[in-house]
Design a protein around this ligand. Structure first.
Ligand SMILES: C[S@@+](CC[C@H](N)C(=O)[O-])C[C@H]1O[C@@H](n2cnc3c(N)ncnc32)[C@H](O)[C@@H]1O
Length: 231
């Protein structure tokens, strides 16, 4: 069921089966996933979490890039996880699929070396974005890192207009903070250090940003909340 804290992969459950095809043709998928994967640099033995893993495309890429890592895919949609399971089985890849909320993750503190999330944060309202980031921070080990690919600040007017297509489908409210470039601010508020945009990619649906943030090896006081007014 869609809510401000949960929206299915293509906004409506009946569209989920078309998700992979839509992403392939609208996001420069190969390029952005390759950039995210390269940036993560997964090592043997690492525990890696993909938050909002959807149909499992990126979790599968992680496993294929580093078979000696443990990959966990978390998603709130049981139907999308069935698609992910089938894809992984067809590829002979062992991935730990978990059904659960990004806002209340079913993992102990300090569980993962790395966390990834692609095309998920624009589905969450501001409170849910913040809650999901606090949860990712909690489940990462000290010294761990978060890598995110999602819609970001539009690089120019054309990209801003292109992004209206995503906003029309996924909602203007949940996507506004993405296009305002606020994800790194929210990461800092959640306790991450060195939160920044690493790359921007022009796509048919607008500017896709790749971010990185680190969980400090020793705890630091989280940044004060952004002074922008809550909607
Ligand atoms: C647009 S899809 C992205 C899927 C995948 N990460 C990718 O790159 O293709 C967004 C996914 O986030 C999941 N999602 C949205 N809100 C969630 C939440 N609160 N908790 C867990 N999963 C959530 C949806 O079920 C959906 O599979």
């Amino acid at each position: 069921m869609a809510s401000s804290a949960y929206v299915p992969a293509l906004a409506y459950p009946f569209l989920t089966r078309w998700y992979d095809a839509v992403v392939r043709w609208t996001t420069r998928e190969r390029r952005f996933r390759a950039l995210l994967l390269g940036q993560m640099d997964v090592r043997p033995g690492q525990q890696v979490l993909d938050v909002g893993c959807g149909t499992g495309t990126f979790a599968l890429m992680l496993k294929q890039a580093q078979p000696a890592a443990r990959i966990v895919g978390l998603d709130g949609d049981a139907a999308v996880l069935d698609l992910a399971r089938r894809k992984a089985a067809a590829a002979g890849a062992e991935i730990d699929w978990r059904h659960g909320s990004a806002l209340n993750q079913p993992f102990p503190d300090d569980s993962f070396d790395l966390a990834a999330s692609s095309l998920v944060f624009h589905h969450l309202d501001r409170a849910a974005k913040r809650a999901a980031l606090r949860e990712i921070h909690r489940v990462l080990k000290p010294g761990g890192a978060l890598h995110v690919a999602d819609w970001g600040r539009a690089a120019n007017g054309l990209m801003r207009v292109a992004f209206l297509s995503v906003q029309a489908l996924d909602g203007f409210g949940n996507t506004a903070d993405n296009v305002a470039g606020l994800l790194p601010d929210f990461m800092r508020e959640a306790g991450f250090a060195d939160a920044r945009e690493i790359r921007r990619l022009a796509t048919p649906c607008g500017t896709l940003s790749i971010y990185r943030a680190a969980k400090p090896a020793t705890p630091v006081r989280p940044a004060a909340p952004s002074r922008r007014q809550d909607p």
